[in-house]
Design a protein around this ligand. Structure first.
Ligand code: G6P
Length: 610
């Protein structure tokens, strides 16, 4: 899982490559490198650690040239080191790669037998050797890449530069993301849209099993077998400013505060307030399909899994359809009983998480219909699905997901209401009331963020030394408790557990003493009374209890040490509001600790390995 970028044009490419890599650093940040054709040969610069180390190396060397490739790495094969960093230059051929070549050991053995000297531990160097061999035998670079890819098995997005044909780049894709960009007299490639946004908005999504030759102002696409592919560029309307920090200290904080706007964009055009209904156009299901669904499977990983868990409650509550939620990597492994009649909802911010992608494909191959709830347009999961219902959160750069989580909840809620109405589980009045309440969400979220920010920052400061933190919730607040704990773990490295409040007495209660903050989600909902009992049990064991509760709840105010209030809303909307103080809490704890909030250690934004 890495980020790649490439440029061919007339501008100096080092700054363009570095700028693209900065936007891709979220994909991995243990080493980085560039390869630039400088008129005589290929100049390679590589550096271990964050991108600023590469920047320094390039600043000193000042490589000149207008065709080049770059890479930011997240180690899969071989530890982070300069020799394992990309690009790999073999003979006249430089290669950057994102993905995993599965048969690299067999290929390596064969190359060594034929006398090749392999210096790194990476699977990528093997590909560079395979291409170089063909170039040395007289093949042009396009044919050499095509031939080499005929030998490899696995996942890749590749960009290749040859000193013999320095006016072009050859790129190829299988299972890892790759976007092409076209400008006036120039062409780009990158792992995602934001890497290219400052330079062009005209983009082409390469499909699996395709390659392209990039020349100035031109991309010629073919299949790996050599058949021509015609694909017009799509215009992307994300502005580069949307991908900047906009004055916030971290992307994560900016993205937390962007949630009201992201919610507005996600609801826009979907809520049919005139008729008190949800527009179903993008869901890809007819009303008859909706009535025929026997069961819904929700599949996801990480934060998206917590959105999917909440989605299960929403679907069962509002549409009265049995719903199962599963971690994508577990679903795949257990030969699931699934087929026609089942609807799979694959939830993913990036649309590239490999486990979710493979699980969705597997479900589809068994006859289930697949609906993707995804943020990144044109990514792999929606392409593999029957329909895509996009969240419109805009680019999310912070590794810890925030605005994409709440917009996923929005799509899951809209889907549940749409389904419930079609199946007769909701009548016209209920549907209209839900639609009206949903329309208030951006405004309510803005109020909660502004109203709780300072209080939560103070709490984070007070409890910032805690070594263990417990998050409790029942019903629809249970996944939010898990999400609160995940956020804290991810960015502040504090041990945190999310628990169904009713389970507390079956284990986690043993952890509680006066040093443990316990955050209890207890909004006024059908689970309120029982959660309150659990809150009291925690208090009785001397925990520091922070309650996230409904405004004006005097009972909770009396018991909890600290109280964060959210406005009174219907049960289905509580997760949208209770999660906000939890996101802020983890952000401020991490910020007080001084951790790398946007790029926490060992994590990556998009996980395209199994
Ligand atoms: C990584 C990210 C998480 C994300 C998860 C699933 O672990 O760090 O923030 O929730 O992948 O990603 P997806 O793109 O499928 O939502």
């Amino acid at each position: 899982m890495c980020g790649i970028v490439g440029y061919v044009g007339d501008q100096q490419c080092a700054p363009i490559l570095l700028d693209g890599l900065k936007r891709l650093e979220y994909r991995g940040y243990d080493s980085a490198g560039t390869a630039i054709y400088d008129g005589a040969g290929i100049d390679v610069r590589r550096a271990v650690g964050k991108l600023r180390n590469l920047e320094k190396a390039i600043d000193e060397a000042k490589p000149q040239g207008s065709v080049g490739i770059g890479h930011t790495r997240w180690a899969t094969h071989g530890r982070p080191s300069e020799v394992n960093a990309h690009p790999h230059l073999i003979g006249d051929v430089a290669v950057v790669h994102n993905g995993i070549i599965e048969n690299h050991l067999a290929l390596r053995a064969r190359l060594v037998e034929r006398g090749a000297t392999i210096t790194s531990d990476t699977d990528t160097e093997i590909v560079a050797h395979l291409i170089d061999q063909r170039v040395r035998e007289g093949a042009d670079i396009e044919a050499a890449v095509r031939g080499a890819l005929g030998e490899v098995r696995g996942a890749y997005a590749l960009a290749v530069l040859s000193a013999k044909e320095p006016d072009r780049l050859v790129v190829a894709k299988s299972a890892s993301p790759l976007v092409l960009g076209l400008g006036e007299g120039e062409a780009f490639c990158g792992s995602d849209i934001p890497a290219l946004l400052p330079y062009t908005r005209d983009m082409i999504f390469l499909e699996d099993g395709e390659m392209a030759v990039l020349e100035r102002g031109k991309a010629t696409i073919t299949t790996l077998a050599g058949a021509a592919v015609e694909r017009a560029p799509q215009r992307i309307d994300w502005s580069p400013v949307m991908a900047e920090k906009a004055g916030f200290k971290h992307f994560m904080l900016k993205e937390i505060h962007e949630q009201p706007r992201a919610m507005e964009d996600t609801l826009r055009g979907r809520l049919d307030r005139e008729n008190g209904d949800i527009h179903g156009l993008e869901i890809g299901l007819s009303d008859e399909d909706a009535r025929g669904i026997e069961r819904v499977y929700l599949l996801a990983c990480g934060t998206s899994y917590h959105a999917a868990m909440t989605g299960r409650y929403l679907i069962e509550r509002l549409a009265k359809v049995p719903a199962t939620v599963e971690i994508a990597s577990e679903f795949r492994g257990r030969d699931p009983i699934i087929g026609p009649g089942d609807l799979v909802v694959a939830v993913s911010q990036s649309g590239e998480t490999l486990d979710t992608l493979i699980a969705a494909k597997e479900a589809k191959s068994r006859g289930a219909k697949v609906l993707a709830i995804v943020n990144v347009i044109g990514s792999a999961i929606p392409r593999a699905a029957d329909a895509a219902f996009y969240t419109h959160a805009g680019p999310e750069i912070g590794v810890a997901s925030t605005k994409c989580f709440t917009t996923q909840l929005a799509n899951l809620l809209m889907f549940s209401v749409w389904l419930g109405r079609r199946r007769g589980a909701l009548d016209a009045d209920q549907t209209r009331a839900l639609v009206e309440d949903m329309a208030r969400l951006p405004h309510l979220m803005r109020d909660v963020l502004l109203g709780t920010r300072q209080l939560v920052a103070n709490l984070a400061k007070r409890y910032n030394e805690a070594r263990d933190v417990l998050f409790l919730g029942r019903g629809m607040s249970f996944p939010i408790a898990l999400e609160g704990a995940l956020k804290l773990k991810e960015i502040s490295y504090v041990h945190a557990e999310g628990y169904a409040a009713g389970e507390m007495k079956h284990g986690p209660i043993a952890l509680i003493d006066s040093s443990v903050p316990v955050l209890v989600l207890c909004p006024k909902d059908p689970w309120y009374e029982r959660t309150l009992s659990n809150l009291q049990e925690a208090k009785a064991r001397e925990a520091m209890v922070i309650a996230i509760a409904t405004e004006g709840d005097e009972e909770v105010r009396d018991v909890a040490h600290d109280l964060v209030e959210i406005p009174e809303v219907r049960t289905e909307l509580t997760p949208f509001l209770t999660v906000l103080p939890l996101q802020l809490y983890s952000y401020y704890v991490a910020d007080f600790k001084g951790t790398d909030v946007d790029q926490p250690r060992n994590l990556a934004k998009t996980v395209t390995v199994e």
